[in-house]
Structure formats: C-alpha cells, structure tokens
Design a protein around this ligand. Structure first.
Ligand code: ZN
Length: 345
C-alpha cells in the first residue's frame, strides 16, 4: 500500500488515497462481505472460555513523526504526541518513531523538534523515514539517497546527544526501489551508512482511519470519534489475526512481529484499546531490535517491483508459499468512503 504527500503545508499533513498496486488489488478483491463490514461496528469482546492465543511478541513502530494530522495545528500535534507517549509509558511499551524532518518547518519548527525530543526523553528510539516522505519510484536512487541523508540532520545529533545510535530506516509507502539496480544501490548506501531496514510484518492501514478520526475530533463530534475508534480496533484485532495466520503459513509458527502504526491522534486515543488487544491475543510489545533477532527476518527480500508491500508478502514470493488472501479483509467501506470524501475536499 502506498500514499502520497505533496507540496503545500496542508497537504503535507495529509495522507492521500493510495494508488492501487497489483497486490493491493488482490487484497481489495479479497475484501470482506457486507456482513463482515457490519460486524466491524459490533463492540470488541473477549471470547470467554476461548483457548488462549499462543504467545508472540510485537515491536510497535510509529511512522511520520512529529505527527500526521488532517490540519496543521501545532497544539493538536503537541497534544497527540504527549498523549501517545503518556499511554506508552503507562503500559511500559517500548516504541520507535520514524521521522520526516521535512515536517519540522511545516508548523512551528521549535515545537516540532520539542515533540521529537519528547520521544527520546521517554526512552524511545527515533529512526529515519526520509526528509520528504518521497518515493524511490519518483526520485530514482540518487534522489532518494539524498532525501535519506537530508532526513537525519536533526535526529542524528539528537540521538547522539542522548548516547544513542541512529540505525533504523523505514521506507515511506514501503516502496524499496525498482528495478533491482535501484533497490541494490539504496540498500548498499543504507548499509554503508550504518542503517538497518525496519521491515513491516503487521499493517492494519491505521492511516486510513486516522483522517476521518481527526475530522471527528476537530469538529467536536465525540460519538463519531468513538465509533471510528471502535471500528478501527475491531478491524485491527482481526487483521492482526490474519498476519499471524500468514506467518504460520510461511514459517509454521508465530514470528516476532513488527507492526506499522502512525503518529496520529487516533493511535494516541486508541492505545488503551490496542493494549487490550495485545493482552487478549497474548502479544508482548518489545523493542524493534529484539523483534528483529527472530531468524525469520533473515529471509531474503527478493521483491524488485514498485509496489509498497509488507514483508510477509515479500517472503511469500521468496518462499513460494501463498498467504491466505481469500481471508484477507479490506478496511471497512464506511471508513474508506469517509477517507475519500475528506481527501477530495
Ligand atoms: Zn510514512
């Protein structure tokens, strides 16, 4: 899946509708029925007496720091980071935030930098997510590499000051470069500069829920905000189940997962619900480097196409094993329709 940021201030804070990649279309075709969509509105409930899920660990990774919001309001961004970090602290969840330094000058630079410092002060790592959230498909290898280098001017000294090493890189849109020569050039640059690629093995498309959620919060529509949160959490719990099933198809076991989330008000306000899901699903949040010790992450990523696909899909190609696409459920229609409406405005 992929989405775009473009030039203006407001648009830089908006995710735009994803281009439908071929794999995305496979997912769309496997989208849930009306019954599944309606079920998304049912409250989440633990199944009393249901057998306990096997234990698994999950690294929580938040993209697009210092925050991705519908409208560039600094107070809203500050509150979002404060609340998210307070809830992570409450649950003792480690996390990593992937930064787009291009966002620093889009609202109030000092306050945006203060938000990044909040993450470090809370004990979380920061990673590089490029300066401008660009695509290697648009920028080419050299342009993309320049965008990565430009994306560490603030966070590298910030991490060093805290005696930490900047080492993680997350590709925007999960696009890793195409054809192979472009991907290889980018990979070689990352390695030569001490970066490790942060893959994604759980992706619940939280960004698509986040914009309708901002709209509800910013217009004071509490009932709508609560409804979106409930739909998001129910969908996320089912989708986590799908990824765990996918891992069992590929590896015959749960792996240590790396979950893609975004630095949004939706996630700040949903963290209690996410914590409840991890508890019900017997999943323990761990630091990214710990999750990455799972040997599954040594599986080669031979994917050389343009699509932004997550790593279970990449490995399914390398291992010649099909993921359970017939069971994959698309984001509930009311959410994607609301998202499209806001995006067209
Ligand atoms: Zn991003």
């Amino acid at each position: 899946m992929s989405f775009h940021l473009s030039g203006s201030i407001v648009q830089n804070f908006k995710v735009r509708f994803p281009r439908l990649s071929s794999r995305f279309r496979i997912k769309a075709l496997a989208a849930g029925t009306a019954a599944v969509v309606l079920a998304a509105f049912a409250p989440v409930s633990a199944h009393a007496g249901a057998p306990k899920a096997p234990r698994a660990s999950v690294a929580l990774t938040f993209d697009d720091l210092p925050g991705i919001v519908l409208k560039p309001e600094q107070g809203y961004v500050d509150e979002t980071n404060e609340k998210l970090l307070e809830r992570l602290h409450h649950y003792h969840f480690p996390a990593i935030g992937f930064v787009n330094e291009g966002k620093l000058d889009e609202i109030v630079r000092e306050r945006q930098i203060a938000n990044l410092e909040r993450w470090i002060k809370a004990g979380h790592d920061l990673g590089n997510h490029t300066f401008s959230h660009g695509s290697p498909n648009a920028l080419g290898a050299e342009g993309y590499i320049a965008d990565i280098a430009r994306g560490e001017r603030v966070i590298r000294p910030m991490m060093e000051k805290a005696h930490r090493r900047l080492q993680w890189f997350r590709h925007p849109y999960l696009e890793t470069g195409s054809p192979a020569a472009v991907k290889d050039r980018i990979d070689a640059w990352l390695t030569a500069h001490g970066y490790r690629i942060a893959p994604v093995t759980i992706d619940c498309d939280d960004w698509e829920f986040a914009e309708p959620y901002d709209e509800a919060v910013m217009t004071g529509n509490k009932a709508q905000a609560e409804r979106i949160r409930n739909v998001y959490l129910a969908y996320t719990e089912r989708t986590i189940g799908w990824y765990r099933k996918g891992a069992r198809v590929l590896f015959g076991r749960d792996i240590s997962y790396v979950m893609l989330l975004h630095d949004t008000r939706l996630n700040a306000d949903s963290l209690d619900g996410l914590a409840a899901i991890f508890k019900r699903q017997n999943m323990k949040p761990v630091a990214l480097d710990k999750a990455m010790r799972d040997p599954a992450y040594k599986t080669p990523d031979g994917y050389q196409g343009k699509d932004g696909i997550e790593w279970l899909e990449r490995w399914s190609l390398a291992l010649h094993k099909d993921l359970p696409w017939n069971e994959y459920e698309e984001v509930p229609k009311p959410i994607s329709e609301e998202y499209n409406k806001l995006d067209n405005r």
